[in-house]
Design a protein around this ligand. Structure first.
Ligand SMILES: C[S@@+](CC[C@H](N)C(=O)[O-])C[C@H]1O[C@@H](n2cnc3c(N)ncnc32)[C@H](O)[C@@H]1O
Length: 235
């Protein structure tokens, strides 16, 4: 079950408001262009910003996410994308040339079983020789130590978002967002837990799932903080 942040209709509608900085996407676009795929599956596409952008560029795109409310937002961005209500472990076998997970989707899979199931699902959605590209935060950077921030108020929606760091019980880090809606005084809460896996752990899990790791690079917009994995399926 995805976090309320993605699955509650009032909160999903705010994702692009509070996470509007998409400085991460140009580097992904460059990777996509270098791999020259025709058919792309965006796994955990959320509100669909990148899937819609790729479809605009002429790629055939499937955007998949288990959060129906986020997909509803995504549908409003593009009619050219095939939107699929599915988690990574239940993807359709679309024979994609490339699967993507942007926005640290890879960290929502908290248990080893969930992560293995996600990689199995992605493998099944790719053609032989297809690519998988995704990012995961580097645990050694300890990014959660700088996550705390003052509440943010968005004037247009009249919503204040408040962040609280929860348990840091490595490799798991938990946090909570509270959203206060001026319009009706409602406060909605979303609880999240992310898993921080080491580069070696991820590489090993990819090999076990039938992928060859071609490259692990930095995310140019977040130097030192992320590992970006580029893998290909083994026959
Ligand atoms: C931080 S958002 C990133 C969304 C999008 N990729 C982006 O870059 O804007 C994480 C996404 O992972 C999705 N998610 C949660 N559980 C998932 C699962 N089991 N399989 C695939 N995606 C999942 C959430 O619904 C959410 O849309």
């Amino acid at each position: 079950m995805p976090d309320a942040l993605f699955s509650d209709p009032r909160l999903a509608a705010l994702y692009d408001v509070f996470d509007s900085d998409r400085g991460d996407l140009p580097a992904y676009l460059a990777i996509v262009e270098s791999l020259r795929p025709e058919r792309i599956i965006d796994v955990g596409c959320g509100t669909g910003t990148f899937a819609a952008l790729l479809a605009e560029r002429g790629y055939t795109v499937v955007g998949a996410d288990p959060a129906g409310a986020s997909l509803d937002v995504a549908r409003g961005k593009s009619a050219a994308v095939t939107w699929v209500h599915a988690g990574a472990d239940e993807l359709p076998e679309v024979g994609a040339d490339l699967a993507l997970m942007t926005g640290n989707v890879a960290q929502v899979f908290v248990t080893d079983e969930e992560w293995a199931g996600a990689l199995r699902g992605i493998r099944g959605a790719l053609r032989d020789g297809g690519h998988l590209v995704f990012e995961a935060r580097r645990p050694e950077f300890r990014g959660w130590e700088e996550w705390a921030h003052e509440p943010i108020f968005d004037e247009e929606s009249g919503v204040e978002r408040r962040f609280t760091l929860g348990a840091v019980d490595l490799p798991l880090v938990s946090f909570r967002y509270e959203y206060h809606f001026d319009a009706d005084g409602a406060t909605l809460t979303s609880e999240s837990t992310l898993r921080f896996r080491s580069r070696e752990e991820i590489e090993e899990s990819l090999r076990t799932a039938g992928f060859e790791v071609l490259e692990v690079r930095d995310a140019p917009d977040r130097p030192g903080r992320e590992n970006v994995f580029i893998a290909t399926t083994l026959p």
